[in-house]
Design a protein around this ligand. Structure first.
Ligand SMILES: Cc1cc2nc3c(=O)[nH]c(=O)nc-3n(C[C@H](O)[C@H](O)[C@H](O)COP(=O)(O)OP(=O)(O)OC[C@H]3O[C@@H](n4cnc5c(N)ncnc54)[C@H](O)[C@@H]3O)c2cc1C
Length: 396
């Protein structure tokens, strides 16, 4: 036997079969596996968690609003009770009650989840790239890039993002952004008040805004965000507007960039349908990114709760009804308005925030509003463009 064969030799207790397999250990995979493990209902089951990455970097921060304590509330590093909305013609500070706007840092989330998962005897973790997942007889399996195959006896939960085939979508945008955590002089920020959206930036490449999330009176995450069909080619296309915003709008001359994050989220009217199969798609891969805003974290949390409840009732999680319904249509309408660029995004959001209480806006963007509230929201928006977009969303 050649010596290198020794390294391929699998020890006798090594298993290629698990009850539950998770491909992807990001927000969605970890949110569900943590709930399953902590529920105590799966102590007799075996798990395999596979991710290509070691998840040791702070690759993103999640900001979201919540009314009460969420599953990961202990990880919230900052909360805001007030927020600003700004556009060229309108500025307003909102009291967010009964909501709080919250932030969780990616690195805290990964560390907390992996520390807990590693303390469990029934979970194996593999840091390997997955080549494909497949249905297999009555179960499912995966092939790693190195050719090894693993099988799930019960379900395989997949959250590996797919590359959107943009030409297949009638309405497709990227929400792309770059953010800096900056440190500057004390007294520069109000740590209780974040800026949800500030449209006072050039609107030339698409609807663009900046959000500012103060972490103390001298430190904040400042993130430049664009909704457009193409992402920007050069780093400086993000850096220059960020620098200008910090200098001209925040009026901060001297600062140090402590951290950087960059990303893109697909926003589309693609209708995700869970196939009745043993592969269950989670997170962005499973349609948990809101088509018209890109918000995902809260949707992942609600989806994880619903999947866990379904499994605890011994019901097939692939039969969980995807909630979307009329909200999917509203997303199509919002995307159609963005596509026709009439009125510009800044104006749509101005009217939304100027003419509605913020809790109604939050419930609407969370797919949690009542039909009566939705009528009020649409009545507050420009009639003709939304009528045109609704017709287009209905028939095309
Ligand atoms: C920088 C950034 C900031 C964001 N901020 C917010 C926010 O403030 N609020 C909000 O609601 N949403 C936000 N989002 C959107 C969304 O919440 C996140 O993208 C979220 O992480 C999506 O969760 P997910 O599990 O679907 O995907 P991910 O968290 O991206 O997890 C997918 C996992 O799959 C792994 N993977 C990929 N390919 C392979 C492969 N071939 N084999 C094995 N593993 C693989 C990746 O390493 C990753 O760990 C943000 C996104 C980004 C990129």
């Amino acid at each position: 036997m050649r010596a290198d064969h020794l390294y391929n030799y699998a020890p006798y207790h090594y298993s290629y079969e698990y009850d539950y397999i998770f491909t992807g250990a990001g927000a969605a995979g970890l949110s569900l596996i943590m709930r399953m493990l902590k529920s105590g209902a799966f102590d007799q089951h075996t798990f395999l968690l596979v991710d290509a990455d070691w998840k040791r970097k702070n690759d993103r921060t999640w900001c979201f609003w919540e009314e009460s304590a969420g599953f990961f509330d202990d990880l919230v590093c900052q909360r805001w009770n007030h927020c600003w909305f700004h556009s060229e013609e309108f500025s307003k500070k909102f009291d967010l009650s009964p909501y709080q706007y919250k932030m969780i840092r990616g690195i805290d989330f990964y560390q907390y989840c992996f520390d807990y998962i590693k303390s469990r005897q029934n979970v194996r973790i593999l840091h390997e790239p997955v080549e494909q997942v497949f249905n297999f007889r009555l179960s499912a399996g995966l092939t790693l890039a190195n050719g090894s195959k693993y099988y799930a006896n019960c379900k395989l939960f997949n959250s590996i993002p797919f590359t959107p085939q943009t030409q297949h979508h009638k309405r497709f945008f990227w929400q792309h952004f770059k953010g800096w955590v900056i440190e500057t002089a004390p007294g520069s920020f109000d740590a209780d008040t974040c800026t949800l959206m500030d449209f006072r930036v050039p609107q030339t490449v698409g609807s663009s805004f900046v959000y500012t999330m103060p972490l103390s009176d001298s430190r904040a995450l400042v993130e430049y965000t664009i909704f457009s069909e193409e992402v920007l080619a050069a780093e400086e296309d993000y850096d220059l507007p960020l620098q200008n915003y910090i200098r001209e709008v925040l009026k901060i001359g001297q600062y140090k960039v402590l951290e950087r994050e960059k990303g893109k989220i697909p926003m589309s009217d693609f209708k995700f349908r869970q196939q009745k199969s043993n592969i269950i798609e989670l997170g962005t891969a499973g349609g948990q990114t809101k088509g018209s805003t890109g918000y995902t974290f809260s949707f992942i949390q609600r989806h994880s709760d619903a999947l866990l409840a379904q499994m605890k009732k011994e019901k097939d999680p692939s039969r969980l009804r995807q909630t979307g319904g009329r909200f999917h249509f509203y997303d199509r309408v919002m995307l159609a308005v963005m596509q026709q660029q009439w009125p510009p995004g800044a104006e749509v959001y101005r009217q939304l925030f100027a003419r509605n209480p913020v809790d109604r806006v939050f419930r609407f963007l969370d797919n949690q509003s009542s039909f009566g509230e939705e009528l009020k929201i649409f009545a507050s928006l420009p009639k003709l463009p939304f009528l045109k977009a609704s017709i287009s969303a209905t028939f095309a």
